[in-house]
Ligand binder design. Structure first.
Ligand code: UDX
Ligand code: ADP
Length: 458
């Protein structure tokens, strides 16, 4: 069979890996190659132990890898040989210089653009897949057109909207695919080539096009709106705790208004993940850059509420456990920023764990997929930390359990058995509102949920 298109992706991370695996899976006649400067990551993608945990991902990688999906280290060659190049490198929040703690750090994107320029021997379509501040495509275009050769580059924006934990499902059946481009003949031709790829499995009405700046900005704004809903419901959870209203009931009643909808109304310890905080800060930075200070402070307040929610959670633990955690054993169930992922980037669990260590508690961490990441997140912490994969064993001998990730497994635990193994009075702080709280209360636990009245025997 003749392979119809050669596609390259630079960056084999949480976005690049799964999204390219899906293209390879859906387009068996395309040759899809993924490269990364991190050789260990490439080795992991080529092994039985993929660097990213996502339900369903292993199956599609196993089916395609070595047939039409390749993970390679020879970046230079691959740039030469491929004419369609996705850029999916990291864009973390800048930690230094102008815009520190807010703006996106574009050094990896810029380096990638320079690499593409350096090694290209023929015209290319360069597609931004990483989440980038509006107008980044202009910088990429300027770099790519800086040498006066005959090689032509068309830059497109194609942000990835999939969420972690549901990546395969989202990639297979996205709400929409967005492609931003210039209006020139060659840019429109490039856009059509990209549409052709997605049209293999996505209905055309879900593939939308826009100008390139709208596309870049839409990704930041979509994340900001989602995060804003989580902060809105979390702010109301604090009010529920003061008034004996129940956040789950409030969210249900509010969410049934079809104009509002029921998604992203789950109160908890606050949002984490690689996108929300970074993208809102980035959006606020852009607003400040354009002199829109009120708009910037509005979006920053979404992050403030997120921080407030985590501080509130910790303050409540301290208050309920008689004002001291020193020497107490606290079990943390769940370290990933959400269920079904091994990713712990910006996970509220990191902040909570560090605060508990500062209170001189002994912490025992358990997570079905994120243990390796937890160990590296807390590598610099100088407290007593144990890592125990089995949640029963982790809780045994503890004073309290904190549920920090909504893994399904924690709903189904044998709480009677766990209660017997713990120090009394035993506490559960359910930071995700997932357990059957009355049942646990009847067993003997003191149960504290988010946005619900306390169930306390003491
Ligand atoms: C998000 C966007 O959803 C996705 O479209 C974008 O491409 C990347 O950023 P992701 O960070 O993977 O995806 O996860 P998401 O499901 O959005 O959850 C983000 C955080 O919000 C998690 O910590 C989650 O636990 C929290 N959350 C989400 C809530 O606390 N309550 C909710 O109701 C929903
Ligand atoms: P995301 O969640 O957006 O996928 P990740 O941090 O998981 O972000 O992945 C980005 C990947 O991009 C990392 O594996 C990193 O090593 C890779 N990367 C960064 N810069 C370059 C570069 N110049 N060339 C190749 N890969 C790069």
């Amino acid at each position: 069979m003749k392979l119809k298109k050669n596609i390259l992706c630079i960056g084999a991370g949480y976005v690049g890996g799964p999204s390219m695996a899906m293209i390879a899976y859906k387009c068996p006649d395309y040759r899809v190659t993924v490269v990364d400067i991190n050789g260990d990551r490439i080795d992991a993608w080529n092994s039985d132990n993929l660097p990213v945990y996502e339900p369903g991902l292993e199956k599609i990688v196993k089916k395609t890898r070595g047939n039409n999906l390749f993970f390679r280290k020879d970046i230079e060659n691959q740039i030469k040989e491929n004419d369609i190049i996705f850029v999916s490198v990291n864009t973390p929040t800048k930690t230094y210089g102008a815009g520190a703690d807010m703006a996106a750090d574009l050094q990896y994107v810029e380096k990638t653009a320079r690499q593409i320029l350096k090694y290209s021997r023929s015209s290319k379509i360069v597609i931004e897949k990483s989440t980038l501040p509006v107008k980044t495509a202009l910088a990429i275009e300027k770099i790519l057109s800086s040498s006066k050769g005959r090689i032509k580059f068309d830059v497109l924006s194609n942000p990835e909207f999939m969420a972690e934990g549901t990546a395969v499902k989202d990639l297979e059946n996205p709400d929409r695919v967005l492609i931003g481009s210039r209006e020139t003949k060659s840019a429109l031709n490039a856009r059509n080539q990209l549409i052709e790829i997605y049209a293999r499995w996505i209905p055309l009405k879900k593939i939308i096009t826009s100008n390139i700046w709208s596309s870049e900005l839409s990704k930041l704004v979509a994340n900001a709106f989602l995060a804003q809903r989580v902060s809105s419901i979390n702010s109301i959870s604090a009010l529920c705790e003061k008034t004996d209203a129940d956040i789950t009931e409030v969210a249900k009643a509010v969410g049934m208004d079809s104009r509002i909808g029921d998604k992203f109304l789950k109160a908890g310890i606050g949002f984490g993940g690689s996108c929300f905080k970074k993208d809102i800060l980035n959006l606020a930075y852009l607003c400040e850059y354009y002199g829109l200070n009120e708009v910037a402070s509005y979006w920053k307040s979404v992050i403030k509420i997120n921080q407030y929610q985590q501080d509130r959670f910790i303050a409540n633990i301290l208050h309920r456990m008689f004002g001291t955690l020193a020497g107490k054993k606290i079990c943390i169930w769940g370290f990933a920023f959400k269920a079904d992922t091994s990713d712990t980037r910006e996970s509220p669990a990191i902040y909570v764990a560090k605060k508990l260590i500062a209170e001189q508690a002994e912490i025992i961490i358990s997570d079905p997929q994120a243990m390796k990441n937890a160990v590296s997140d807390l590598a610099d912490s100088k407290g007593t930390i144990r890592y125990v994969e089995d949640p029963y064993e982790a809780a045994s001998g503890c004073h309290a359990i904190l549920i920090l990730t909504d893994w399904d497994l924690y709903r189904k635990m044998d709480f009677r058995k766990i209660y017997r193994s713990m120090v009394k009075p035993a506490f559960i702080f359910d930071g995700r509102n997932i357990i059957e709280r009355e049942k646990c209360f009847d067993i003997g636990f003191n149960v504290y949920s988010i946005g619900k009245s306390a169930l306390s025997h003491i």
